[in-house]
Design a protein around this ligand. Structure first.
Ligand SMILES: N[C@@H](CCC(=O)N[C@@H](CS)C(=O)NCC(=O)O)C(=O)O
Length: 200
């Protein structure tokens, strides 16, 4: 498999999952500004969506949409237990959580990342809304170690990245249980390896 990624953006999530699973993969770096791979290939030639992450399967099929990619990876290695079994009600609850992270947190950043000159009122609205979503995730986590059930899942990889990015963009530091949660995840070998590999 090949993962098209740009350093430290949301493609870090499937990157972490690939390392957690210990499956073989190749990283293809995409320059976030020029939208070309390090070999000079335009990202548009790989996906008409022109954004990362893109996971290219061994048969050449390409998958986009982070939440779909990580569920695909989890389901392809069910023994790793990175997502509840498809078809179970637990899976529906899990999908509900992934969808929340994708649409309310991750896509809640859009004004910060896509509209740098947005006005103060819109900025404040976005910030208040994001901070509220982060608090919902704190409630979801409660006193548990992981955000879903009692073991690490792909939802933790997504929450890890989204919480860090949200705090960085809003300049509201993560505190208490969320700070501890993110630090715990950051210490996982697969997470450390993925973060470090993207710095190279
Ligand atoms: N809907 C996509 C969004 C992915 C996304 O937002 N990718 C960002 C990096 S975090 C990107 O490549 N943005 C470039 C662009 O939108 O032009 C998903 O969930 O995977």
């Amino acid at each position: 498999m090949k993962l098209y990624y740009s350093p430290q953006v949301c493609s870090l999530v499937p990157h972490i999952v690939l390392r957690e699973l210990g499956v073989p993969f190749e990283l293809v770096r995409v320059d976030f500004k020029t939208k070309t791979t390090s070999a000079g290939r335009p990202l548009e030639a790989i996906t008409a969506k022109s954004y990362v992450p893109v996971l290219e399967l061994d048969g050449g099929e390409r998958l986009t949409e982070l939440a779909v990619i990580v569920r695909y990876l989890a389901d392809a290695s069910p023994q790793a237990g990175l997502a509840p079994a498809p078809g179970s009600f637990e899976r529906v609850r899990f999908d509900e959580l992934l969808h929340f992270i994708a649409t309310e947190l991750h896509k809640g950043f859009a004004p910060y990342t896509l509209m740098p000159n947005v006005g103060d009122e819109a900025k404040q609205w976005t910030k208040d809304r994001l901070v509220g979503r982060v608090e919902l995730l704190r409630a979801e986590l409660g006193a548990r170690e992981y955000v879903f059930g009692d073991r690490f899942t792909v939802a933790d990889a997504y929450a890890f990245w989204a919480l860090r990015a949200s705090s960085f963009l809003t300049k509201v530091p993560l505190e208490g249980t969320l700070k501890e949660y993110v630090s715990r995840l950051a210490a996982r070998p697969a997470v450390r390896e993925a973060v470090d590999a993207e710095k190279r």
